[in-house]
Design a protein around this ligand. Sequence first.
Ligand SMILES: *[C@@H]1O[C@H](CO)[C@@H](O)[C@H](O)[C@H]1NC(C)=O
Ligand SMILES: *[C@@H]1O[C@H](CO)[C@@H](O)[C@H](O)[C@H]1NC(C)=O
Ligand SMILES: *[C@@H]1O[C@H](CO)[C@@H](O)[C@H](O)[C@H]1NC(C)=O
Length: 461
Amino acid sequence: MSFCRLLCLLSVAVAVANAQVGPAVFAHVIVGNTAAYDVAQWQTEIGVAQEATIDGFALNIGTPLAGTTQTQIANAFAAAAAQPGDFKLFFSFDYLGGADGPWAASDVISILSQYGGNAAHYKVNGQPLVSTFEGTGNTGDWSSIASSVNGGIYFMPDWTSLGPGGIGQYSDIIQGAFSWDMWPDGPNNITDDSDKAWQSALGSKSFMMGVSPWFYTDLPGYDKAWVWRGDDMWHTRWMQTLDVKPQFVEIVTWNDYGESHYINDIYEAGIPYDNEGNSAAAYVNGFPHAGWRSLLPYYIAMYKNNAPPSVSDEIIQYWYRLAPVASGQTNGTTGNDCPSSINGASAPQSCYPVDDILEDAVFFTALVGSLPADITFAIGDAQPESIAATQVGLNHFSRAFNGQTGNVTVAISRNGADVVSSTGPAIAESWPNDVAIYNAWVGTASTADGANARRGLQWRR
Ligand SMILES: *[C@@H]1O[C@H](CO)[C@@H](O)[C@H](O)[C@H]1NC(C)=O
Ligand SMILES: *[C@@H]1O[C@H](CO)[C@@H](O)[C@H](O)[C@H]1NC(C)=O
Ligand SMILES: *[C@@H]1O[C@H](CO)[C@@H](O)[C@H](O)[C@H]1NC(C)=O
């Protein structure tokens, strides 16, 4: 008996030490943009996220804890339970975005008591994962919140405004952290330096890395008219997950139409307007981002296995703005959040002219199953350029507008014949009403799509 007891204790200790934290990939959902949803709409979107191999949604909720928010939390959990598969949810308490200011600890406790134990709630070592958007004025709430939830919580706040140097003092109440620092400062490509600084500040605690494709918002009634450099970022950032190897990745966002970093299909009733009545529809309608999901199964498998998976379908993904950056009025938009920073960045950022921030280029990524293969590219009537793929797997490129206008055509071709191709809307010389729109149009095509598959390309599987 004492032998068994020793062995059992030992195996429990080993199990705890080896308890796996992650990897998992979530998408940040603005629950405020889901007010018109029913359970069926949640189920549809969970299905779409599952196709992209996303593990769950981070439900961003602001105050007050009333009507719509409560209804949509309940709908989301009902949908996750009803949908086949193993889709999970957790909360990201938004301390800046709520109509009633920061969250009251009692409301946080009430939500976590109700949903923390739900089968569809994402858990780490049996504890519900809990996150935030900011809330550095309420750090004192969390030890009592954690002890009020049966079994405790796995707490990974996004307290990015503290900077990595400011997180250490909270090591007693956090199990990890999420960094919102995921767009580059100025006319530079994003690096993962900030992620590594967070990771090193966290030591053995968990890190959630943010991956975002874009950022453009023009809602003057909310004092938000900013653009950050997106350009190559969707590809660059996923490649950086291999370098950072975070426990978790959070895609920012699923449905924030107001900030142009949605990867969900456009859902009309979810497009926000500001308190002066300006609607984000002015720069969201006509700018589908669904194409950004097509390579997620590949990127996510690569992140989870730390190695490229094998290629089943060949896919081309591409995105661009529909006119040169300098061809329209900025409408008050500045490069970066300036002059002051309210978006969670730890230091105020500099202002840049928008023209300096964005490249006039088409960005495209081809997932290639075998070599040789070429990626063909053309704007308008120009002679198509043929670019040799350099490797099986992902091949990423960009090509400048160079003054060309017209439809954009991209293809993967082999032995002179298109294997898969796609044509996107025309790049124009200027904007029809002279106001520039800095959102991206995103397209994609796959050999798994009906038309291409019918061309007899299923030999690949
Ligand atoms: C950003 O990275 C791309 C390659 O991914 C490169 O072509 C481009 O020159 C870089 N731009 C800047 C401003 O560093
Ligand atoms: C330009 O600004 C006006 C208000 O100042 C707003 O109503 C309109 O939607 C903006 N246009 C774009 C494309 O953002
Ligand atoms: C070419 O671009 C125009 C303007 O955006 C669009 O109406 C048309 O459908 C495009 N053609 C193709 C073949 O996609």
